[in-house]
Design a protein around this ligand. Structure first.
Ligand code: DGY
Length: 319
């Protein structure tokens, strides 16, 4: 008998087709949001959940899940929205989708970097608001990326993909991770054992670390002050790594020259202080918004569910 799988959000047709072939599935073509309470209630009717980062399953909710639910797989690399330790304690396997996100997210980091350093958002607004009166030699002068030091916080898969693309722009790669990466991953990048050391050597900071209690607000007033004046700050990871009030103050003072942000703490809410600033390039969490990425993410998330019911370890298990 087919297992019952709840797919909480609307996913690409290719993924729906695989789900419908292999599971007794409930899809969500209207893409309405389930609340945590909905998910707890629905757990009595399903063997597996395929969730997204918008579905919140903290410890208290996990503890109330019905015994029928055996596996939760998330259509995302980040899994801070599911308490994986609590799930483990309850015997529920949790998996994520760690690979398909990589290139698409790295591309958005480059887009933000280029847009920030060449002031593309201001140019776009100038035309949209009918304020462009013609070419001038000094209009919207930015800076080139070549020769600039890119400090990557977290040289995992996405960090490495950003480094690869930034090298093609002749940037100099620096990074900080908890431990030094092997030479094949470093590709000559300069390792800084401390975040502070890397920040002091970063004309551009790009954040690629997960959201954990330890990384919350890691980019704060103290750390922003260590960047060279006028540095760019790019965040495609999670909004809660940045202390918004501190970044806004640093943008206002000129300590940070430009911020390119794809993610926000508490999104879709975002700090209103960003909206009055010229020196921000803001996107609505589009890092993985490429059809290739979304299909790969769906395949990886389903691979976890398939493996569980085939009695195999999850290929992308996180607990
Ligand atoms: C992820 O996979 O965690 C991304 O943020 C989804 O866009």
């Amino acid at each position: 008998m087919k297992k019952r799988l709840l797919v909480t959000r609307r996913l690409p047709d290719e993924i729906h087709a695989r789900v419908a072939r292999d599971y007794e599935a409930v899809l969500n073509p209207e893409d309405r949001l389930y609340s945590t309470d909905d998910l707890v209630r629905l757990s009595a009717d399903f063997d597996a959940f395929l969730v997204c980062l918008t579905d919140k399953l903290p410890r208290g909710a996990i503890e109330q899940l019905a015994p029928r639910l055996k596996v939760i797989s998330t259509f995302s690399v980040g899994y801070e929205h599911v308490d994986a330790a609590a799930a483990r304690a309850k015997g529920i396997a949790v998996g994520n989708a760690p690979n398909g996100v990589t290139i698409a997210t790295a591309e958005i980091a480059m887009l933000l970097m280029l847009g920030a350093t060449r002031r593309a958002p201001e140019g776009e607004r100038m035309i949209a608001q009918g304020q462009w009166t013609g070419w001038t030699p000094m209009q919207l002068l930015g800076r080139r990326l070549d020769g600039k030091r890119l400090g990557i916080l977290g040289l995992g898969k996405i960090g490495q993909a950003v480094a690869k693309r930034a090298r093609a722009f002749d940037m100099l790669i620096h990074y900080h991770s908890r431990s030094r990466r092997p030479p094949g991953e470093e590709q000559g990048a300069v390792y800084h054992p401390t975040l502070e050391g890397m920040l002091a050597a970063s004309d551009v900071l790009s954040i690629h670390a997960p959201s954990t209690p330890e990384t919350r607000h890691i980019i704060n007033a103290r750390n922003l002050a260590l960047l060279p004046r006028g540095a760019l700050v790019i965040n495609t990871a999670r909004g809660d790594l940045v202390a918004d009030e501190d970044l806004i103050a640093a943008l206002k003072s000129g300590q940070v020259g430009y911020a390119g942000l794809d993610v926000f703490e508490g999104e879709p809410k975002h700090h209103p202080g960003y909206l009055g600033l010229d020196t921000v390039f803001l996107l609505p969490h589009m890092g993985t918004s490429a059809i290739e990425a979304r299909i790969d993410m769906g395949e990886e998330a389903l691979d976890n569910v398939d493996a569980y019911f085939a009695g195999r370890p999850l290929p992308h298990g996180v607990n």
